[in-house]
Structure formats: structure tokens, C-alpha cells
Design a protein around this ligand. Sequence first.
Ligand SMILES: NC(=O)C1=CN([C@@H]2O[C@H](COP(=O)(O)OP(=O)(O)OC[C@H]3O[C@@H](n4cnc5c(N)ncnc54)[C@H](O)[C@@H]3O)[C@@H](O)[C@H]2O)C=CC1
Ligand SMILES: O=C(O)CCC(=O)C(=O)O
Length: 421
Amino acid sequence: MTDGSLLDRALVRLEEAASHLQIDQDVIEKLKYPRETTKTRLLIRMDDGSRKSFLAWRCRYDDTRGPTKGGIRFHPESTIEEVETLAFWMTFKCAVMNLPYGGGKGAVRVDPHTLSKTELERLSRAYMQAFATTVGPDRDIPAPDVYTNAMIMGWMADEYNQITGSVTPAVITGKPIALGGSLGRNDATARGGFYLVRHLAEELGLAGSHTVAIQGFGNAGQFYAQLAAADGHRVVAVSDSTGAIYRPGGLDVARLIAGKTAGRRVTELAAELGATIIAADELIGVEADLLVPAALEEMITQANAATVKARVVLELANGPVTAEADKILSERGVIVLPDILANAGGVTVSYFEWVQNRQGFYWDLEEIHARLKKMMEREGRAVWDIAKDRSVSVRAAAYIHALGRLSTAIEAHGTQPFFAG
Ligand SMILES: NC(=O)C1=CN([C@@H]2O[C@H](COP(=O)(O)OP(=O)(O)OC[C@H]3O[C@@H](n4cnc5c(N)ncnc54)[C@H](O)[C@@H]3O)[C@@H](O)[C@H]2O)C=CC1
Ligand SMILES: O=C(O)CCC(=O)C(=O)O
């Protein structure tokens, strides 16, 4: 952990990108602060009849390029600062991909694993009751993030419809297919990263079969493992919040996923998969060509960056590499494909879901995959070219790419006052 808040540390990337562009200072001033963050307490009835309250937030960081968009996280350590930083990253992610959105994010401070299904449903519905006037298909569109999923999005969509007396599927994305969810949203985050790596494989030195280590084995991590294994690569290490396992010859991904789906920890699967249990942090330094952080922020830091052996880091998580770690990795020739590009497949297919909801006409899976691939390749190539032309990191290039679009939009809005919360 380094100085300043998580948002201060994230803003370093904005300042770096700004130094490469002729940007009006007003643009930077606008992007340095969240436009609006609402905090509330959700009071829900527990199954034993008691009442319990949970802190909850929704941040609309910047809506210059369109309604704010971003997931809702349920995590015991969520903070307002984390929500605002995640919303800042969403602002840049949507701009990198040229999606017609600004950035937002939400969270509830809760460990959802301690709740029964009915308590979880009451909490999800309470979140939507609290933020029903914040969200809206033209205002702010939530989606899943850590420890939330399609079922929770379905409850929230249903609650919104009951409150407004309408059927408005475009208010939230990542819904169950039966409620207007899009085909292909489930694996979109991983698939976007997978398309990016495949497109840049030659440049990254990853052409042909390679080995992969994945930190975090949830939505993003599991689907990445599945896609990589199906493409002939070896997944040699994975971790979850309780530990990590390693097998240089490759793990049986199908059995791993089946085990996790049955509620087991990765370490509980080690023996039957012929894998060794290693310390969670050791996963960062295992022998693998590609390291995929797919858990939480600030996992690769000054303290462990020098142990990374991979030649490429694909950030499926948001903010997994600190600025100090970035520097160490860059000095060691490790290429980092940054979160605002690498994990943008999720929000891109969320955008497709919103478009389909609004037009009332649904695409087949081939069309979703083809559109996602095209967009990841187009924006990925543009970012890569900026990195080469300007001799900057891929992260700096992604911020430059996004900031160009954001500043054009902010300037096009003119001198109207804006309000920062
Ligand atoms: N789900 C989505 O569509 C998107 C997710 N992301 C980001 O991807 C990351 C993962 O999100 P999801 O896969 O959706 O969450 P998830 O809730 O499905 O899975 C999270 C996984 O991380 C593991 N984990 C938690 N703490 C850990 C730790 N300290 N060490 C190792 N593993 C740990 C959990 O055990 C779980 O396996 C987050 O940073 C999220 O913001 C980014 C874009 C879209
Ligand atoms: O799918 C979305 O709208 C947002 C996903 C998200 O929260 C993220 O990309 O971090």
C-alpha cells in the first residue's frame, strides 16, 4: 500500500495521460472528482426475525459521454473510496471502448456468503429501493461485479419494475436470459481479454501454446481458464480467496470449475487434481507465460512485482497492479494489458444487452461474439499503436486513447457548470 487514497493513486494515471496531450485544465479538473456519490443504509429483515443494516453506495462519476454504467459489488471490505475509484475506472473503460456511457459503480458492505438466499434477495431489492431514482436506462445502468450475479440483477430489475410500474429491462444488465439478459454476457469479461491476447499474440510473444496463472477463480477467472484451455493453453495455477494451487503440467479446468460450482475451495481440489497447494501470494510468481489477476485491487505491488515471471499480465480485475508495481514490471520487460482495456469485454456485452433491450430485438450468440471480437481488436490495436508510436506503456496508451475521447466530449458540452458531489 502506498501514499494517498485509492482514488489519488488511480488519478496518477490521468495525470500521466494528460502530460501526453494538449488538454484543457478544466477537463482534468472535471475528471478528478466524482460527480455524485450517494450513501445509504439498507435495513433488511433477517430470516431469524432480527433486523440488520448494511452500508451501500452508488457513484455516478462522470456522465459526459452518456448515462453512467458500472457494476454493483457485494463485499465485506467495500468502502466509498473503492466505489468512487471503480467508477473512475469505468469512466475511462467506456471511453476506451467508445461506448456511449460515462462511469458509475455501486457496492454494499456485506459478505454475501453469510446470507441465506432469501436474505440476499431482500438485500438486493433494498438496494434497488434505495437507488431507484439514481438509476434508470438513460441515467445510470448497474450490472454485476464481485460477489453479485445474474440472479441478483434479476431481482433488482424486478424491483425497479415494481417501483416504476413499468417493464424496463434496460435499467440493469447482466440479467438472466429469461428477463432480457444477453447471450454471451456470462463469459464476456474473460472473452474480451481472450480476444485481446489472441489478437496481439505475436507482439506479446504469446503466439502458440502458452501457460497461464490465474488469480481469482470467479466469473472472470473461471471463464478465462475455460477459454484458454479450449484454445490449447495450459492453466498451471489458480487461486481463490482461501488459497492457491499449482500444477506445472496443467490443471484439469473442467474438474476445477465443477468443483468450484459445487461450493469447494480450490485448495480442497488439489489432491484429486494432482496439484500442489501454494501460498496465495506465490501464485503471482509461478512459472507461467501469462499472469491473469482476476480478483481485487492492488494485488501486484512493490512487495511482489519483482517475483513475476510471466512476460504478460492481463488485468481482468480492476486495478490489480499498483503504479509502483507497474514501474517494476516495465523495467523487467513485462507487458501489462491494463484493466480499462483488458476487462472491457464485460461492459461491452452489457452495452449490447442494453441495446437489445431498447430495440426489443435479440441477437444470436455468433453475432455477440463477432461484435465483441471486432471491438476488442479495433480498440486494442488502437491502444497498442499509441503505445508504440509514443513509446509509452500500454496502460498510458489506453488512458491517452480514452482521455482524447473524454476531453472532446467535455469540451463539446461547453461551459455549462457541473456539480461535483
Ligand atoms: N464480472 C464482470 O463482468 C467484471 C468483473 N471485473 C473485475 O474482475 C474481478 C473479479 O470479478 P468477478 O470474477 O466478477 O467476481 P466473482 O465474485 O465472480 O469472483 C471473485 C473471485 O476472486 C476471488 N478472490 C477474492 N479475494 C481474493 C484474493 N485475495 N486472492 C485471490 N482470489 C480472491 C474469489 O474467491 C472469487 O473466486 C473484479 O476486480 C471485478 O471488478 C471487471 C469487469 C467486468
Ligand atoms: O457490465 C457492466 O456494465 C459493468 C461491469 C463492471 O463493473 C466493470 O467493468 O468493472
